[in-house]
Design a protein around this ligand. Structure first.
Ligand SMILES: [Zn+2]
Length: 213
C-alpha cells in the first residue's frame, strides 16, 4: 500500500464493487437514522476502565492475540485531541456507550498492532483499515448481544463517508443516485482529499479491507 498512483491502479478495477458497498452501507445508514436510536449513557472514569477491560478481551479473542505489554485508557478531558492511541495509551472522549465501545475497540486494535502486528501498524492505511474491521466486528457483536442497533451507527457513518471519498476520487462522472448517501463525516473526508490530493488513510484502508471481505 503506497502512493496515490498505486492506490488508483489497485482500486480502479473495483469501482463497481465500491458502488455496490456504498449503496449497501448508505441504505443501512438511512435505516438506522429512521430508528429512535438509544446510544446509552456516558461513564465515570472507573466505569470506563471496567468497560475497556471487557472490550480488550473481546478484541483479543477476535484477533487471537494477547499483547505482552498492557494498555492504559484515559479520557481526553481538557485536551482538544480526538480519540487516539499513543504510547500504549488509548485516549477517548466521553462518548455514550454505543459509540464508546466500538471506538475503544478501534483504538485498542492499534495497541495490538503496535505490540505484535508491525507490518500492519507501520503502514497508515493498513493500520486504519484493519482497525475499522475490528471496530465493525465489535459494533455488530454488541448490537446483537444488547439488541441495540445504535452500536452500528458510528461505524456505518464512517463507512459511508470513506467509501464515498474513494469513489469520488476514482470516478470522473459520479453517479448522482449515490450522492444522496450522506454522512456527517463527509466534510472531514472532503477536506482530507483536498489537502492530500487523495483520500485519507482511513478511507483508503477501510475501502481496501471492505473489498477484501
Ligand atoms: Zn485509528
Amino acid at each position: 500500500m503506497g502512493g496515490a498512483k498505486q492506490w488508483r491502479s489497485m482500486l480502479s478495477p473495483r469501482l463497481s464493487d465500491i458502488e455496490e458497498m456504498l449503496v449497501e452501507k448508505g441504505t443501512l445508514l438511512e435505516r438506522l437514522r429512521r430508528k429512535d436510536l438509544d446510544f446509552g449513557k456516558t461513564y465515570r472514569y472507573n466505569d470506563l476502565l471496567a468497560i475497556f477491560e471487557d472490550v480488550c478481551g473481546d478484541v483479543e479473542e477476535h484477533l487471537g492475540r494477547t499483547p505482552k505489554e498492557q494498555c492504559e485508557c484515559e479520557y481526553n478531558d481538557g485536551c482538544p485531541m480526538p480519540n487516539i492511541y499513543s504510547d500504549r495509551t488509548v485516549i477517548v472522549e466521553r462518548l455514550p456507550r454505543a459509540v464508546l465501545i466500538p471506538t475503544l475497540a478501534h483504538e485498542y486494535t492499534h495497541h495490538i498492532q503496535y505490540e505484535s502486528m508491525h507490518r500492519v501498524f507501520n503502514n497508515p492505511a493498513n493500520r486504519e483499515g484493519h482497525a475499522r474491521t475490528v471496530e465493525r466486528h465489535i459494533a455488530q457483536k454488541y448490537a446483537r448481544r444488547e439488541r441495540n442497533p445504535a452500536f452500528l451507527y458510528q461505524v456505518t457513518r464512517e463507512d459511508v463517508a470513506e467509501l464515498k471519498s474513494v469513489y469520488l476520487w476514482l470516478c470522473d462522472n459520479p453517479n448522482p443516485a449515490l450522492m444522496r448517501f450522506r454522512s456527517a463525516l463527509d466534510v472531514i473526508e472532503n477536506n482530507a482529499r483536498k489537502e492530500r490530493k487523495m483520500p485519507s488513510d482511513h478511507a483508503l484502508g477501510n475501502t481496501f479491507y471492505i473489498l477484501k471481505g
